[in-house]
Each structure stands twice: as structure tokens, then as C-alpha cells.
Ligand binder design. Structure first.
Ligand code: NAD
Ligand code: DAU
Length: 342
């Protein structure tokens, strides 16, 4: 599919990956139109899109994906939906799961129904590797498109529910869908409740970095712009009805090692690590096998973790205003509830 001259509905475009994707599209496609539908929950931030707010190709609509009337109205002019909007933080889903079900499951169904009614050209659903559950610490084992769904947290269960609805709209109604299941993203504009920006901003504030349990859990880290390119490739070359798994370049680095690399970049010692209570039901390891996307789409993540961490540290150093506003607001009470201190 040629992406220029199309109108995109980006849901959740004021969040971390959605805003990176909007910047990516507007940089690459001169004739594109982008509508960003976002409720602006605690995780949505229009500051992420300050530089494009007056771009004639871009329009922001503040609204909820669960609002069927609004969604139906917006969908009238849309060619392609890229659906990022979700409640996304595992720890918050453990504290208060209800919004995860209504936004991630019901909200997705509202979008699918409107997309079907308006006969859009493509509905691309952004999902996660967390729907596959957890792997042992064996580098030979990875998730792929055939791995059964075995989610373990309210967040991942709600994302799995959404994935299955997307599949059902393809099988039952023929809605032209594609899905990507992606590993842990990091980079600019990530809300500082997630491990990497939390670590960097805590260190910039002279605080310790809380590491759950013994820090042995492993994630598959993906530079956010590599993810954006992967989505673009699926839209351009992906087959309707198919799922593609998109992972990062390395996948055996545990949380303690990630934090130690950040400490080295920032010139801090290991005294800044604090081992804290583990996350309930904490998945041990995620790792993605991207072979299908590599072979069929030419997908290849380019940015290795060390380089990506350097760039991310630099971004948070240069954008103190952005994260200091977040950390001094409502986020403070979440932090105290989660970690038990200021
Ligand atoms: P985020 O939390 O930074 O952003 C989510 C955005 O969705 C926010 O702007 C928020 O305001 C908006 N939103 C939430 N509920 C809404 C609703 N009811 N209606 C409209 N907007 C709503 O999330 P992110 O990290 O950018 O993740 C984006 C998508 O990618 C999610 O679907 C997530 O499951 C998926 N994903 C994330 C990662 C990751 O590492 N961050 C990895 C794989 C997949
Ligand atoms: O795998 C993709 C998923 O990655 C996305 O679907 C989710 O939306 C996204 O939030 C992320 O989930 P994780 O739970 O893996 O990310 P988080 O940054 O919260 O945690 C990464 C790892 O670090 C995990 O093993 C828990 C651990 N951790 C996290 C925090 C916040 C800590 O050790 N200390 C912390 O303070």
C-alpha cells in the first residue's frame, strides 16, 4: 500500500510510541493527513507533538476510543487506522485493572465496528509480546507468530482480548486488518513510569533506581524508531489478516544489566541501585523471533541497546522540563503508592 495521499487515524497519538509514529509519518510523507484521537489520560501529553501542532496535515481530537458516536464520526474520512491507544502500564493494571478492560478491549471493539462500517482500507493493531506470557532463561526459546496467547497480567490479558477481537473482525467480517506484537520500546517521550526513563530521571534527580526482585528478568529492548519503521513496513508490504512479531537486536540482557549500563553512561556507581519488592506475577523473560518480518518485509532493527541508551539519556538530559512537569504532578502520588516513598 502506498502511504502518501491517505488519511490516517492514529489512536493514542499523544502517548510515547504514537507520538513518535506521528513525527515519523509527517517527516517521511509530504501528502499524508493525520488525525490523532487521544483521551489525554495521565500518559497522553500534547507537549510530545508541540512541533507539529500547526502543521496543516495534522489534526488533534481529544476524545475516548470507547465513545462510539465520536469514533463513528471521525472514521467517515479515514483510510487507515493505526491503533495505539491503550492503558499500558503493567504495575497500574495490577493496582486498578478495570480501565484496562474497558479501554483495551471495549475501545478496540468500538474502533473495529466503525472501521467496518466505513469500509476503511486497513486497520493496523499495535500489540505486545506480553500476550504470549513468559519464557524461561533459555536463549534458544523465543516468541513468534504461532506462539499461543498466555497472558499473565490484567494488562496483557486485556491486550490479548483486543488481539482476538481484531482477528475475529478479519475472519468474520473480512475487515482488512494487520497486527504487530512488539517487544519493550524505549526512546524519547517515554513516560517515566517505565524502567528506562524511570532509571534515567531518578538518577538525574539524585535518587536511586528501584529494581524489582533480583533484577534477573529479561526484556527484548527495541528503539522506538525501529518500531515505527516496522509498522510502516507492515502497512506497505504486510499481508491482510497476518500478524508480525517485531523485536529488538539483542534479547538476553536482564534488568540489572540494563540499569548498570545506564549508570555507566551517567557516571554513577552501583550504590544507586535499590533492589525492591518484586512485581506480582512478574514475567521472567520476553524475546521475539522477528524472522517472518525480516523475510517478508525486510524488517531489521538498527539501533543496538548501548547506542539507544546513550541517545535516550541525552534526550532526558536535554528535556528536563518535559519530565519534571510529569514527575511533580499526579505521578508523585502513584510513585509513593508503588514504591512507598518520595
Ligand atoms: P502510552 O501509555 O505512552 O500511551 C497511550 C496513549 O493512549 C496515551 O496518549 C493515552 O492518553 C491514550 N489513551 C489511553 N486510553 C485512551 C482512551 N480510552 N481513548 C483514547 N486514548 C486513550 O503507551 P505506549 O507505550 O505508547 O504504547 C502504545 C501502544 O503500543 C499500546 O497499545 C501498547 O500496548 C503497545 N505496546 C507498547 C510497548 C512499549 O514498550 N511501550 C511495547 C509493545 C506494544
Ligand atoms: O513487552 C512490551 C511491554 O513492555 C509493553 O506491552 C508495555 O506496555 C510496556 O509497559 C512494557 O512492559 P514491562 O512491564 O516489560 O515494562 P516496564 O518498563 O514496566 O518494566 C520493564 C522491566 O523492568 C520489567 O521486568 C519490570 C522491571 N522494573 C520496572 C519498573 C517500573 C523494575 O525492575 N523496576 C521498576 O521500577
Amino acid at each position: 500500500m502506498e502511504l502518501n495521499n491517505l488519511t490516517f487515524l492514529i489512536t493514542g497519538g499523544a502517548g510515547f510510541i504514537g507520538s513518535n509514529f506521528i513525527h515519523y509519518l509527517l517527516r517521511k510523507y509530504s501528502q499524508i493527513k493525520v488525525i490523532n484521537l487521544d483521551k489525554l489520560t495521565y500518559a497522553g501529553n500534547l507537549e510530545n507533538l508541540k512541533s507539529v501542532k500547526d502543521d496543516p496535515r495534522y489534526r488533534f481530537v481529544k476524545g475516548d476510543i470507547r465513545d462510539a458516536k465520536l469514533v463513528d464520526k471521525i472514521m467517515e474520512k479515514v483510510d487507515v487506522v493505526v491503533h495505539f491507544a491503550a492503558e499500558t502500564h503493567v504495575d497500574r493494571s495490577i493496582m486498578e485493572p478495570a480501565a484496562f478492560v474497558t479501554t483495551n478491549v471495549v475501545g478496540t471493539q468500538v474502533l473495529l465496528a466503525a472501521a467496518l462500517r466505513h469500509k476503511i482500507k486497513r486497520f493496523h493493531h499495535i500489540s505486545t509480546d506480553e500476550v504470549f506470557g513468559s519464557l524461561p532463561l533459555n536463549p534458544k526459546l523465543r516468541f513468534n507468530e504461532k506462539t499461543p496467547l498466555r497472558p499473565n497480567s490484567p494488562y496483557s490479558a486485556s491486550k490479548a482480548g483486543a488481539d482476538l477481537l481484531v482477528r475475529a473482525y478479519f475472519k468474520t467480517y473480512g475487515l482488512p486488518v494487520t497486527v504487530t506484537n512488539t517487544s519493550n520500546n524505549y526512546g524519547p517521550y517515554q513516560f517515566p513510569e517505565k524502567l528506562i526513563p524511570l532509571a534515567i530521571t531518578n538518577l538525574l534527580e539524585g535518587k536511586k533506581v528501584p529494581v524489582y526482585g533480583r533484577g534477573i528478568n529479561v526484556r527484548d529492548w527495541l528503539w522506538v524508531e525501529d518500531h515505527c519503521r516496522g509498522i510502516e513496513l507492515v502497512l506497505q508490504k504486510g499481508k491482510v489478516g497476518e500478524t508480525y512479531c517485531l523485536g529488538g537486536p539483542e534479547d538476553m540482557i536482564n534488568n540489572l544489566e540494563v540499569v548498570k549500563r545506564i549508570l555507566r553512561i551517567m557516571g554513577k556507581d552501583e550504590e544507586s541501585i535499590e533492589l525492591v519488592k518484586d512485581r506480582p506475577g512478574h514475567d521472567l523473560r520476553y524475546a521475539i523471533d522477528s524472522t517472518k518480518a525480516e523475510k517478508e518485509l525486510g524488517y531489521q532493527p538498527e539501533v543496538h541497546l548501548d547506542e539507544g541508551l546513550e541517545r535516550t539519556v541525552e534526550w532526558y538530559k536535554e528535556n528536563r522540563d518535559w519530565w519534571q512537569k510529569i514527575k511533580s504532578g499526579k505521578y508523585k502520588s502513584y510513585y509513593e503508592r508503588q514504591y512507598g516513598k518520595k
